[in-house]
Design a binder for this molecule. Sequence first.
Ligand SMILES: Cc1ncc(COP(=O)(O)O)c(C=O)c1O
Length: 428
Amino acid sequence: MRYAALSTVRQSDVEKQVSIGQGRSDVRDRLHLLHMREQAAVIEEQGVQLVNPERIFLSSPHMGGAERVLVQEVFDSNWIAPTGPMVTRFEEDLAQLTGMGHVAALSSGTAALHLALRLSDISLGDEVWGATMTFIGGVAPILYLGAKPVFLDVDRDNFLLDLDLLEDKLKAASVKGTLPKALITTDLYGHVVDGSRIAALRREYGFTWISDTAEAVGAYRDGQHAGAGADFVILSFNGNKIITTSGGGALASNNAATIDQARFLSTQARDPAPHYEHTTYGYNYRLSNVCAAIGVGQLQVLSQRVARRRQIHALYRERLGRLPGFVLSSEASGMQANRWLTTVQIRSKEAGLNRETIRLALEADNIESRPLWKPMHMQPVFAEARYYGEGVAARAFEEGLCLPSGSSMADGDVDRICSIIEDTATQR
Ligand SMILES: Cc1ncc(COP(=O)(O)O)c(C=O)c1O
């Protein structure tokens, strides 16, 4: 029997917590409790008892030390607001990192994408194309604007938009006069799309290129930071990302006027006047000066965080790459992935087991893992959306598992995870 003492995750206890949660307006808490209930149901069904109290998470925040001092500075200055000197400093540091001329610090990556689409003039009925394998925040803003998402398949090695397929479909759409107004590329799990190819396609077909680099902060391709060359770059500093501001994001561009406009829209589109005057509507999307201080501190340790995640990936590769049917994602030539999350594909025929068996074995040992992101064209909310592809993303979702990859993990944690996977795989 595997370990256990997560008594809080007993089905009955979780039911109690969920019903308490029902009275609250905090949707995130409720979703968290529902997730716990789902986990508990699965675990109880399997008859597994949890006893290992040392939970290993997929990707935990990892502070560097300077963040506290910087937050204290903010408190001392009393700039406790969604503006202030630390927001400006964070934006300057991000411009330097990404090589983009201008950056607006925002409350989330999803907000950044919403603004990028609005600033690209996307509105009712416009087509926006993008990779089907992504996180919901990387596409939901298309719906906020009443536009139409079209999903394309990904490549099997890096789960990035399949550029041959994209080129074919753009060619066909050009003949029919149905080219997309915007394209979202997603640098999934810290892999980086081939920007020079996208730039060439943009020249030919004239769409706006939005690079969703939420998962690829600190990743490079051909010596340039992820997103280089795009019209807009989206960054996320959510709590699970390689660096975090607890929650936060940014929008980068080489166009100063566009980023000025993003700042305007993110602060309720207030026209210059002594009273509140609005010729258009905006959003409350600006990043807090307190959170920006955390971001400034986190950027100081970004290269160390990337190095450690790459090391963790190498440890997994060495151990799991030996198991039949276990495939880790490759790194295309010229790519320096940040290895935000290490993913493994478990080809059940060769491995003799599937990814769900591994996920439950890890969960029984109090280790969080997660299937690869379920493709958007398979999500009920996008049942009406068009999809082009041959099922590569669907298969990757079926076979793929994200493994704990946080930079604060010890080598011993990776060893514990690999041992469980090896034991489970060899017992088959
Ligand atoms: C690919 C991708 N796009 C967009 C987002 C949205 O970012 P945020 O959570 O900061 O809104 C995320 C992650 O959270 C993401 O992984």
